[in-house]
Design a protein around this ligand. Structure first.
Ligand code: DGL
Length: 262
């Protein structure tokens, strides 16, 4: 197998990174992807940093056994905690993601920017640096428990959660909402209904997909002139329940990607 034909590893603590995966596969349809959801150890976003780091290292080893040519950390929490550590340890392209504060700050007028993310993401040094540069007008909203509702596909529960969370902000001028956790991307249609049309919703998925394409091209790792690529889903959780759920969410994520293009 030539290096170009090796798959791309994509991982998250659970199903959230499937929203990223759909964007990656849409931009790079000829590539082969191996997705790994660390369901047995989810959530990451409310665990001590050291524990997350240790889980992420194990996931990385699992993906390396699959001979991946690059890895996408489809998880803001894992990126904030472990991206630097992984890059120091492994010699392959590792693409991480961060809350889309920069594009949101460019969109900001007089109103606020709400940043929804896990408690761990919002307390890491990496995020503090991002906030120093692009955080003016940003209100940080840690959302413990919200990823769990997505894991359970409890979208009605997630809607009530978001209503309670945003209640106090909807009567004030608001310019943007940043989805700083890949699980929350599945909640975009709900948020779209709740927020005025003038409020822009940002996530990092398209940015990561473009970054992956750029890096693969630079390293001569892009699978050129390929036919249809493949997607393999895997989990550290109970395959019988998690894999069908991942399939359902991949379909959902694919239609979200398509609806954004229309
Ligand atoms: N999907 C995740 C993120 O982007 C992690 C959620 C969690 O495990 O708490 O932050």
């Amino acid at each position: 197998m030539t290096a170009q034909h090796q798959p791309i590893g994509v991982f998250d603590s659970g199903v959230g990174g499937i929203s990223t995966l759909a964007e990656l596969a849409h931009l790079l349809p000829g590539e082969n992807f191996v997705y790994y959801g660390d369901t047995a150890h989810a959530p990451y976003g409310t665990k001590p940093r050291e524990e997350v780091l240790s889980h992420v290292r194990t996931v990385m080893e699992t993906l390396l056994h699959r001979q991946v040519k690059a890895v996408v950390i489809a998880c803001n929490t894992a990126t904030a905690v472990a991206a630097a550590d992984l890059r120091a340890r492994y010699d392959l392209p590792i693409i991480g993601m961060e809350p889309a504060l920069k594009p949101a700050s460019e969109h900001r007028r007089q109103g606020r920017v709400l940043v929804l993310a896990t408690p761990v993401t919002l307390t890491q040094e990496k995020f503090a640096r991002l906030y120093d540069r692009y955080g003016e007008g940003a209100v940080l909203l840690p959302c413990p428990g919200l990823m769990d509702l997505v894991e359970q596909e409890d979208f009605a529960g997630a809607e009530s959660y978001l209503q309670r969370l945003l209640e106090g902000y909807l009567s004030e001028p608001l310019d943007a909402v940043v989805l700083g956790c890949t699980h929350y991307v599945f909640l975009k249609p709900i948020l779209r209904r709740m927020l005025p049309d003038t409020v822009e919703i940002f996530d990092g998925n398209l940015g990561v997909a473009r970054q992956l394409r750029r890096v693969l091209a630079e390293k001569d790792l892009l699978l050129a002139n390929a036919g249809q690529g493949s997607i393999e889903l895997s989990t550290s959780g109970d395959e019988k329940t998690v894999l069908p759920q991942m399939e359902r969410l991949l379909e959902r994520a694919r239609s979200l990607v398509l609806s954004e293009i229309d």
